[in-house]
Design a protein around this ligand. Sequence first.
Ligand code: HEM
Length: 218
Amino acid sequence: MLSEQSAATVRATLPAVGGAIDVITERFYDRLFAARPELLRDLFNRGNQAAGTQRQALAGSIAAFAAYLVEHPDERPDAMLARIAHKHASLGVAPGQYETVREHLFAAIAEVLGDAVTPGVAAAWDEVYWLMANALIAIEARLYAERGIAAGAAAWREWEVVERVEETPDVATFRLRPADGAPAPAFRPGQYVSVQVRLPDGARQIRQYSLSGAPGAG
Ligand code: HEM
């Protein structure tokens, strides 16, 4: 729950933060990828970054979370948190990376909003950030534990494409088989999986795909 003092500050500054979210997002990613180029190369979707799509998702969801907290101080937007945490767990996002994101996000906010970011304003938004980050870290920890892997590790396996079916001009089904011959894992309805590929320039890019059928033998 957000402290009363922070709630008042966040409520008063939400319009300024929300109104500048585009510029804050731009400055945040510029700073993040300048300091940590490997995150753009190996973790974030370079296509989304180049197209500008998805860029607002991170900062925008923190502003949405803040707006939710000031309206419903005793509740949590669980559906939004679960969706983000599943995406993060599918990518192997690690708890320690939240400090990196915080550092560059807050530097971007200070750069864009300037003197409006007094120590009190910074402290209130820090509280919002960590309420959200800690909620995500906890859900992600449960997801990693369910798969029996260390927090921030991804359960990568090698698979072979054995068939490609063109379902429509822009939808294809790929039939896959574990390269090591071991059984395919069970799946849950609605589950998606991450596929990572090493590109010719050395980047590792990850994309998520829906499972369209239950795994059979092999
Ligand atoms: C409180 C902190 C964070 C918030 C609020 C947040 C929020 C989000 C949101 C809303 C999405 C889009 C989810 C979707 O597609 O449904 C997302 C995706 C993603 N997040 Fe986070 N995130 C946070 C921290 C982090 C950290 C620490 C990392 C790792 C450095 C990270 C890496 C990513 C990546 C790689 C994606 C996918 C982006 C893409 O493929 O274009 N996030 N995050």
